[in-house]
Design a protein around this ligand. Structure first.
Ligand SMILES: Nc1ncnc2c1ncn2[C@@H]1O[C@H](COP(=O)(O)OP(=O)(O)OP(=O)(O)O)[C@@H](O)[C@H]1O
Ligand SMILES: [Mg+2]
Length: 220
C-alpha cells in the first residue's frame, strides 16, 4: 500500500504551496479517480505519489518504506518494475516505433522477448494492431495516448498512475481504456489512480477523491 502523510509541495521561487497538507492511503487493489479544477494540484499529487518528485515536505511510504529514503537503484527498480505511468503529456520516444515504445520498460528490465506477445495483445486491446511499426509522429494524438497507456501496462505494474489518460480520446476509445483498466484491476489487482475531468468517467472508480486548491475536499 501507499501511504501519504502531510504532503506539502511548494515549487521553487514560489510563496504559496501547491499541495497544502495532503493525507491519503492507497490500498492494494484500489481503483480511484482524482478530480478537481485545473490548477488544483492533481498532477503535482500524482508526481509525488508515484515517486517522480521526491522534493516535498511530508512522507510517501510504499509498504512502510519512505521513498525519500530509497537509494537511486531501489527507486529505479520500483519505478520500472512496479509502477506504470500515463502522463498528461505522453512522452513517447520519437525514434522508436509504437511497439518499441510499448516494450521500452521491458527492454530496461531485460524482458524483451518475454513481453513481446503481451505487447501485441495490448496493441490489439487498444485497437492499434495495424500500427505497430509506426513512428509516433505518424500517429494521431489519441493513438499516441493509447500507445502510452499500453507502455504503462506492459510490466503488469502493481501501481498505475494515469494523468488524464482519456483526455485525448473519443468516448468509445475512452471506454475501451477504462475497460482495460478495470480488467487490470480485477485480474492483476493493479492499484489504479487516474485523473479525469470527465464526471462520468470519474464516477466509475470505486473511490473518488476531489481536490480543491491543494487540499483534499472529499473522498467518496
Ligand atoms: N514546475 C512548476 N513550477 C511552478 N509551478 C508549478 C509547476 N508545476 C505546476 N505548478 C503550479 O502548481 C499548480 C498545480 O498544478 P498541477 O499541474 O498539479 O494542476 P492540475 O490540477 O493537474 O491541473 P490540470 O487539470 O490543468 O492538469 C498550478 O497553479 C501550476 O501553475
Ligand atoms: Mg494536470
Amino acid at each position: 500500500m501507499i501511504r501519504a502523510q502531510g504532503l506539502i509541495k511548494t515549487f521553487e521561487g514560489q510563496q504559496e504551496a501547491v499541495l497544502k497538507g495532503v493525507d491519503l492511503s492507497l490500498n492494494d487493489g484500489d481503483f480511484i479517480s482524482l478530480m478537481g479544477r485545473s490548477g488544483s494540484g492533481k498532477s503535482t499529487l500524482l508526481y509525488l505519489l508515484s515517486t517522480l518528485d521526491r522534493n516535498f515536505e511530508g512522507s510517501v511510504l510504499y509498504d512502510g518504506v519512505s521513498i525519500k529514503e530509497m537509494g537511486v537503484q531501489e527507486i529505479h527498480r520500483l519505478r520500472n518494475e512496479q509502477i506504470g505511468f500515463v502522463f498528461q503529456f505522453h512522452y513517447l520516444l520519437s525514434e522508436l516505433s509504437a511497439i518499441e515504445n510499448i516494450l521500452l520498460p521491458a527492454r530496461k528490465a531485460n524482458l524483451l522477448d518475454k513481453k513481446l506477445s503481451f505487447a501485441r495483445d495490448l496493441l490489439e486491446q487498444v485497437g492499434l494492431s495495424d500500427k505497430a511499426d509506426r513512428l509516433p509522429h505518424h500517429l494521431s494524438g489519441g493513438e499516441q495516448q493509447r500507445i502510452a497507456i499500453a507502455r504503462a501496462l506492459i510490466m503488469q505494474p502493481k501501481y498505475l498512475f494515469a494523468d488524464e489518460p482519456t483526455g485525448n480520446l473519443d468516448s468509445k476509445n475512452g471506454e475501451i481504456i477504462f475497460d482495460l483498466f478495470s480488467q487490470f484491476n480485477k485480474e492483476y489487482k493493479t492499484t489504479i489512480i487516474y485523473v479525469t475531468h470527465d464526471q462520468q468517467f470519474g464516477m466509475k472508480a470505486h473511490r473518488r477523491i476531489l481536490i480543491n486548491d491543494g487540499i483534499i475536499d472529499k473522498i467518496s
